[in-house]
Design a protein around this ligand. Structure first.
Ligand code: BGC
Length: 340
């Protein structure tokens, strides 16, 4: 009999799931380590957002120490039970709680379990997730992609290019589309936010190259919506006119907090204690109907390790139908790729 494949991806929230309570989100980026508590009902930060510079070299020990400081400041003076879920976004592929790639972080991370190192530093279990996946979850739950069905591609343009792909609201984890080839190079070394600055490109020149990158994304994935996050997304008005995508482009709503919010949400959604709270997922057949008759009760997906199972939620999973689906306007048709 064929052996069942082991599932190593971080657990992915059910599309349309709504949660309440609080969760801790941490975001480790190339330049900053950030954390805050998140109100899961609204997606708003319920504490101050604390940020410290990412140490260099960004070794596991150095980053874990910075995370401990940042989280200590977030929780200072608060009664934060150990059961509050905690999630941490990291800039690389995450399998089985560890980084498998390290383009913008020290390669020492490839040797260790990120969940164990960070969990030990903050004294509570933590869920590790790719940083762009976390940002995407935040935008699909509370931001620019809320309720959007079809194929949605989120890009975070910062130190690197992070990508998150959603099909009918469900994340396909660990898409590393910032590393596709462009002119013989790794795309993020040409058109990430940091590359724009390093190469001294003005908005027009950068946008023309970035548009070529988006063109590749469209030829491969045909997204219905593209969400732009990361540092450059707040400047969209300056270069939007040079982007020629078929899919509409929307800036991320939660700009520099989306990584925190999504990591917090993913951790809370993954919470499972045998006999503990369960999650309802509502499948709304029509927008605006609220909870549909198709609502089904589903047990939350348990994490593989007993350690992670102790992330018992103060967050009480609740139900909500996905928000009204809105297909954004179509723009130009895409010419067919050249025939061989
Ligand atoms: C990494 C991705 C990450 C992105 C943004 C890339 O270099 O490979 O995993 O999401 O940077 O941090």
């Amino acid at each position: 009999m064929a052996e069942r494949a082991k599932r190593d991806d971080p657990p992915v929230p059910e599309p349309g799931i709504r949660l309440s309570g609080e969760s801790l989100g941490i975001d480790v980026g190339g330049t900053g380590v950030k954390a805050a508590l998140v109100d899961l009902a609204t997606g708003e930060l319920s504490s101050e957002r604390i940020r410290e510079k990412t140490p260099h070299p960004a070794t596991p020990d150095a980053v874990a120490a910075t995370i401990a400081t940042v989280v200590g400041r977030v929780l200072e003076g608060r009664d934060a039970p150990a059961t509050i879920p905690a999630g941490c976004g990291l800039p690389g592929v995450i399998k089985d709680g560890r980084l498998m790639t390290a383009a913008n972080i020290d390669s020492g991370w490839l040797e260790v379990s990120a969940e164990e190192v960070i969990g030990a530093a903050i004294g509570r279990p933590v869920l590790a997730i790719n940083d762009a996946d976390a940002a995407g979850i935040a935008e699909m739950t509370y931001g620019a992609g809320a309720g959007h069905l079809g194929t949605v591609l989120l890009l975070t343009i910062g130190t690197g290019i992070g990508t998150a792909l959603f099909i009918d609201g469900r994340l396909v984890p660990n898409m590393e589309l910032g590393h596709v080839e462009m002119r013989g190079k790794d795309a993020e070394t040409l058109v990430s936010g940091a590359s724009r600055e390093r190469r001294g490109l003005g908005w027009k020149r950068w946008a023309r190259e970035f548009d070529q990158y988006l063109d590749r994304m469209e030829r491969y994935f045909w997204p219905d919506l593209i969400i732009l996050g990361g540092g450059v997304s707040k400047d969209l008005a300056r270069y939007e006119r040079w982007l020629t995508t078929r899919a509409p482009i929307r800036p991320a709503v939660h700009l520099n907090a989306s990584g925190i919010i999504g990591a917090a949400f993913a951790a809370a959604a993954a919470v499972a204690t045998p006999g503990g709270p369960s999650v309802d997922t509502a499948v709304a057949t029509k927008p605006g109907r609220g909870r549909s008759t198709a609502t089904k009760r589903a047990a939350p997906r348990p994490r593989a390790t007993p350690r992670a199972r102790t992330t018992a939620a103060r967050a009480t999973p609740e139900v909500a139908a996905p928000a009204a689906t809105g297909r954004a306007k179509r723009t130009k048709p895409k010419p067919a790729p050249p025939q061989a």
